[in-house]
Design a protein around this ligand. Sequence first.
Ligand code: ATP
Ligand code: MG
Length: 759
Amino acid sequence: MDYLQGLNPEQKAAVQQIKGPVMIIAGAGSGKTRVITYRVAHLLRSGVDSFNILVLTFTNKAAKEMRERINHIVGPEAKNIWMGTFHSVFSKILRVEADKLGYPNNFTIYDTDDSKSVIRAILKEMQLDDKLYSQNFVYNRISAAKNNLVGWQEYQNNEQIQADDFSSGRGQMGKIYEMYAQRCYRAGAMDFDDLLFKTNELLKRYPEVLNKYQHKFKYLMVDEYQDTNFSQYLIVKRLAAVNENICVVGDDAQSIYAFRGANIQNILNFEKDYPDLKVFKLEQNYRSTQNIVNVANSIIANNKDQLKKNVFSEKESGDKIKVMRAFSDNEEGKLVADAIMQQRSTTGEKWNDYAILYRTNAQSRSMEEALRKNGIPYKIYGGLSFYQRKEIKDLIAYFRLTFNPNDEEALKRVINYPKRGIGDTTVDRIIVAADKNNLTPFEVILQAPRYVEKAPASLNAFAAMIQSFQVITKNLSAYEAALHIAQHSGLLKDLYEDKSVEGLNRYENIQELLNGIKEFSEREDIEEKGLDIFMQDVALLTNDDNDKNKDADTVSLMTIHSSKGLEFANVHVVGLEENLFPSQMSLNARSDLEEERRLFYVAVTRAERKLTISYATSRFKFGTLINCEPSRFLDEIDAKYLELDFTAKPAPSSSFGNERTAWTRKTDGQQDTYSKPKAATSAPVKTTSILAKAHVPSPGFKPSDTSNLQVGMEVEHERFGFGKVINLEGNKPDIKATIFFKEIGQKQLLLKFAKLSIV
Ligand code: ATP
Ligand code: MG
């Protein structure tokens, strides 16, 4: 049992408790994921059959890493374990059972773009105001309903929901939801939320199916449990109901997906659901230095809603957390790139040891530019997936149609690409005829002259082509089938003839996809290697999953959301500014602001050795230069852990107008476009804190000039209330004040951030 030596006593106890329900709610870096990994190894060593284990992770990447580690401990036996995200695991099960729900087993998975396209078509048909019923609003509303297991019938019959919709002037929502569900059903398609929603339906309606999987998955484990939604919670609960060998691990302080329906209540429910629950506490953080852990603790202490935990590190105290101030977003990029260059040259670390984390994808631009200028290799995680590129989606649409000709979104995508004289009017007529005659659009096309007015001859040819693909691909390997379709659809020729740089790029991407399929055809570890099998998971892949250069030595760039569970020696958290982080949208409710704070907690706890935080005092947003205030989160960190680096000097104001700075990027989902901004304005953006406060500031509260603050003076802080200055240290402008507040006790604040009024 030598592998158990890499665990502390509490971790070891959790690993060895293999029977019955187990929950570990513990702070970041305390070894929760490690416990799951070792637990699986321990189950196998204790004689549990690898086919009886199910591990649910938050990303495919996490599942892959875990499998590699288990493989390392127990050998190839690890291969049989079911391990993956909720979506990938349950789509696999649905592929086997879909016919029970009236779906074809080769159902299509609609991605978000497909879903929104269906919604747009419905809104157009119903002639609804697309401001009131924006596609995003409708999509989110349907998604939320599904994740709470509210089907369209229930939605329409629920008085509360109906009242809410009517009062917001969106009384047609129920009807839209119904049409959306029916369109997807007709197309033989499930959207992302359906993969969970339909799994629940399956397990609820078919006790024999439930029974089968309850007996298959005798041991269940869930990582990042704090981010499961109701639909996921119920799947786990159902599957675990017989054996109750269920182990969940998570950290309420890292719950960052409430906006997508994740429900912290699932942790609290767990205790109620399993009265025999064994709870383990992990308090030691093995990832980060003491300073980093202390900063993380001081950040999260500002949240009211949290389960109290004591997290400590026994590593060295480490460097203080550096705070860098820049005068523009581009300068912030430069400071970060310079800092990485300089540190790496003295420490000899790898580029892999550095990560830059940001709140929004748009912030990557200034970082990328600076890294490129310095010749620093980098990789952006979680950006536009390879599989989301237009040309890739086009070819995949042909594959989708081949296996499921009822797939309406795939049909609409390629019916006239490459051009074959089938215009929008014809497509509209096909859809109308399909609705009227209760047929699928493909069935209408097969009998076009009967149903479609002025049907072009090419409609027939198109249908015949798809049917020929269906026949031919049956006897070909995945690669041969894919190549046949790429050639005979005319897609490859169309791209080949486009000699522009973009055209060349697209052609290369198609080659890349074909190469990937070739590799798949040649794999020896799987038996079924048809194109249909390759296609099954494509909609669930992200660009991090097909990373060809995963061993390349690069700096990692990603949003904080995608950094969950990961760790890096050196972390830069950038853009610590009001209205950016915390985001402007979070300022209306305490719960939203607390979610932003948890996000900040996730960001800082990714760092092992060195954490650097930065902000800019001006930034281009939507093409306009705005002034920014430092984030309130900086104010919340106890100043004794911080080291300020304000050496950057403001650039001459005219430099804001130079070409490079003045152009901003807009991402439209397919490609980046650049646009010239509106006239820059230097008017400061006034941030008024609308945060619900424990302390309500006195009427007319106004931060005073505190440059001459003296020990003994009485002050009022915007949020901490009244207090007395008990110590001052440091030099201007970086003076730190220790203040004793009546309500919350002693706190050390950096005067220049502190919102203080001298009373
Ligand atoms: P997060 O909340 O960020 O997901 P976590 O609780 O899942 O973190 P892990 O990623 O499992 O934490 O562990 C953090 C780091 O500490 C990893 O590098 C892990 O290998 C290491 N670690 C955990 N426990 C021990 C231990 N007992 N001895 C040595 N290293 C450990
Ligand atoms: Mg983890």
